[in-house]
Design a protein around this ligand. Structure first.
Ligand code: G6Q
Length: 548
């Protein structure tokens, strides 16, 4: 890790002065001066084709970005990550997401343990259980087969399972219902369970720590709901757990045999391919789950072995850094043109922002540059009919990732070509815009011309694949995981801790008794917080009064 600040590295300084040359250039000029960039500035791996030609870069920019990656030891750090070094410095542990998808015959010994062997033991246990649920041989307390699978978890123990279920719904068993409860707002649970029969419902409580208040509150309420209908003895057949903490799982009343383990070296937001993906496996079946893992692994191998100039996560990561640190872009939009990927932006939001939303370097020193961008997005074409206006004509530069598949899963007339045409049209319009002269040539009234001009010069990556399959989903998620790693590595930050999220977990706990106490408690917060709590208590009492 470089002891000197990133800003003082030769490649950073070179990028800084190069930015002054690039910033005024328009993508129209870049394409005119470099006619084959549309074919050359592309890369391909694991079934994913990336067109990055519509970015505000030249070959020189890319060269300087690769220099920066080399000067910050990206290749060495990447290798350290793959070998299980303790790259999560603030928690002094490895982050070994890549081990979750290594083939059975391989091995990776970390801190004296072959983690691949352990991973496959759990995968075998998941496979056996999923097969039993899917075949109906796992029976509920009254002897009925399971029809409803309810995942209870939050953050990394929810977003991955929901996203993967939605993404792969086409491959899922349609005679099983899947529900996901995450919010401690009772509405989430009440609405999810409203029409379910407890006798046919299986709960998967997903919590790495088994200590997260929201998840435990929901799990206890779900248990009360079940016990209310079927009695206490029913819990064993209707609750399983995914966690790293055996003692807490047992304390909750879930049999150790019905627990699926994982390890502290799996970060919550990197866990959808661990046992946290149990609901995914039940939905799509073990074979499809294995294909998904193979897709992850294929991208891992590409990331580890491909030269950085041809390396998808490296290219995307460095482009993101180019906009964040030199163009001062604050956000990146991810727009999947596929309805099944509608939860992907929310998933990526956690992956990117929880990982790279950091203000100190690995040495504990404040960073002197911008780190993680804000990720957001919506599926196309819906976004085009709302917020794309700002992307086309607003004053903020927002690079976009546009994801498109050549073949849709649901073939219906020309829906899919209409959908896809929008990706190409948007990327073209954002890059090249419409000039004043072009608008005038259309016969537009002189006074309305300024409103109709599209400045263009707005960058996009087009990410194209043949079809959304479990394997492709694995590759796509791994692409973003490694993009996060690349940026975190260059920025010299810990992409694997989350102290801000941990802090949030303890804050509310202090206030709960102040809201629930029968008599007005003594409050010692700031005046604003004290006043809000008092008003809340009064409104709550008034509400109780209305009921009388
Ligand atoms: C993920 C985060 C966070 C975490 C949840 C749930 O990287 O740390 O989103 O996944 O807070 O934690 P548990 O799985 O421990 O309940």
């Amino acid at each position: 890790m470089p002891e000197i600040s990133l800003r003082h590295l030769a490649s950073w300084k070179a990028l800084q002065s190069h930015y002054e040359e690039i910033a005024p250039l328009h993508l129209r000029d870049l394409f005119a001066q470099d006619p084959d960039r549309g074919e050359r500035l592309t890369a391909e791996a694991a079934g994913i084709y990336l067109d990055f030609s519509k970015h505000r870069v030249t070959d020189k920019t890319l060269q300087l970005l690769f220099d920066l990656a080399r000067e910050t030891d990206l290749e060495e750090r990447r290798e350290q990550m793959f070998q299980g070094a303790h790259i999560n410095v603030s928690e002094n542990r490895a982050d070994l997401g890549i081990a979750l998808r290594m083939p059975k015959e391989s091995s990776l010994v970390v801190d004296g343990v072959d983690v691949v062997r352990e991973v496959h033991q759990v995968l075998d246990q998941m496979t056996e259980f999923s097969d039993r649920v899917r075949s109906g041989t796992w029976r509920g307390h009254t002897g009925l087969a399971i029809k409803n699978v309810v995942n209870i978890g939050i953050g990394g123990s929810d977003l991955g399972p929901v996203m993967a279920y939605e993404a792969l719904r086409y491959y899922a068993r349609r005679d099983l219902n899947f529900r996901f409860i995450s919010n401690v707002d009772a509405t989430d649970l009440v609405e999810a369970l409203r029409d379910l029969d407890a006798a046919e419902t299986l709960f998967i409580v997903c919590s790495k720590t088994f200590g997260t208040l929201e998840t435990l509150t929901n799990a206890h309420s779900a248990r009360d709901w079940l016990v209310g209908q079927l009695g206490k003895d029913a819990v064993a057949k209707h609750f399983v757990a995914v966690s790293t903490d055996v003692a807490r799982v047992c304390e909750f009343g879930i049999d150790r045999e019905n627990m699926f383990g994982f390890w502290d070296w799996v970060g919550g937001r990197y866990s959808m391919d661990s046992a946290i993906g149990l609901s995914t496996m039940i939905a799509i079946g073990p074979e499809h789950f294995t294909e998904m893992l193979a897709g992850f692994h294929e991208m891992d191998v590409h990331f580890r072995t491909a030269p950085i100039e041809k390396n998808l996560p490296v290219i995307m990561g460095l482009l993101g850094l180019w906009y964040r640190d030199f163009f001062a872009c604050q956000t990146v939009g991810v727009m999947p043109y596929d309805q099944y990927l509608r939860r992907l932006p929310a998933y990526l939001q956690q992956l990117t922002m929880e990982s790279n939303g950091k203000r100190v370097t690995n040495n504990g020193k404040p960073v002197e540059y911008e780190t993680g961008a804000i990720y957001w997005g919506e599926p196309g074409t819906n976004g085009q009919h709302s917020f794309y206006q700002l992307i086309h004509q607003g004053t903020t530069l927002i690079p976009l990732d546009l994801i498109v598949f050549a073949r849709g899963l649901n073939v219906l007339g020309d829906h899919h070509d209409i959908l896809s045409s929008n990706v190409f049209a948007q990327a073209e319009a954002l890059a090249f815009g419409t000039t004043e002269n072009e608008v005038r040539a259309e016969g537009v009234a002189e006074q309305t011309i300024p409103f109709r001009v599209m400045e263009g010069n707005r960058p996009t990556s087009v990410i194209m694949a043949e079809m959304l399959t479990p394997r492709l989903l694995g590759s796509l998620v791994a692409l973003y995981e490694h993009l996060v790693f690349v940026q975190g590595s260059v920025w010299g930050i810990d992409s694997f801790d989350q102290w801000g999220v941990e802090y949030g977990k303890v804050l509310a706990v202090k206030i709960i008794p102040e809201l629930t106490a029968d008599t007005d408690p003594e409050l010692s917060h700031d005046l604003s917080t004290n006043t809000l709590i008092r008003r809340y208590r009064r409104l709550k009492r008034d509400e109780a009064g209305h009921g009388n």
